[in-house]
Write a protein that binds this ligand. Structure first.
Ligand SMILES: Cc1cc2nc3c(=O)[nH]c(=O)nc-3n(C[C@H](O)[C@H](O)[C@H](O)COP(=O)(O)O)c2cc1C
Length: 168
């Protein structure tokens, strides 16, 4: 899958830039309308088809995603002048998760820095009740390169993730 290779390359080339792990996440629901905010990329699953971010139970994005699980991520790599727009389906893992999801939530909690954990105000070392992992399944990728040439490609599962060039 070419988009995965592109994204892996973008992350690798910007690995010294902490801001390359900041994503813009747009959500929608009837009561809150369209909302956009920054979240930190917390890694991919083993097959790179899902990405993770973490958040807190009582926030707008969680309320919106519970009623509309579709969202869009915009991810810009300034160093390589590349933008990815990822259409995603978000599954929220909280304290009521089944065994497999609970393991994933526990692992991601353990991988957080001390300062990131402190923002959840844990009472002890165990995973706090308000800690949520969003598992975002990638359902479409729109890639834009604004280097010397301008290139845009669309990747969708209905075309077996084949690269489709779009005039810029
Ligand atoms: C650089 C940066 C990184 C952030 N990372 C996260 C994050 O990983 N998870 C999160 O819930 N909020 C994060 N925030 C805060 C969100 O952008 C947002 O302000 C907050 O989560 C409330 O959003 P909501 O009310 O739309 O849910 C971050 C903000 C900034 C500026």
């Amino acid at each position: 899958m070419i988009w995965k290779q592109r994204l892996a390359r973008s992350l690798h080339l910007s690995r010294s830039k902490p801001e390359s792990r900041y994503l813009q996440l747009a959500t929608y629901c009837e009561t809150r309308g369209v909302q956009n905010r920054t979240v930190v990329f917390r890694g991919f699953n083993d097959s790179d088809t899902q990405l993770y971010f973490v958040t807190e139970k009582n926030c707008d994005k969680v309320h919106s995603l519970k009623s509309h699980s579709q969202a869009e991520i915009a991810w810009y790599f300034a160093k390589t002048r590349e933008q990815y727009r990822l259409r995603v389906e978000c599954n929220l893992i909280g304290e009521d998760a089944d065994v497999n999801d609970a393991q994933c939530r526990q692992r991601i909690w353990q991988e957080l820095s001390v300062s990131a954990r402190e923002s959840f105000k844990p009472i002890n070392d165990s995973t706090p009740a308000n800690f949520i992992v969003s598992v975002c399944t990638i359902t479409q990728v729109d890639y834009l390169y604004l280097g010397q040439s301008h290139e845009r490609y669309l990747y969708q599962p209905c075309t077996s993730w084949q690269e489709q060039s779009i005039p810029v």
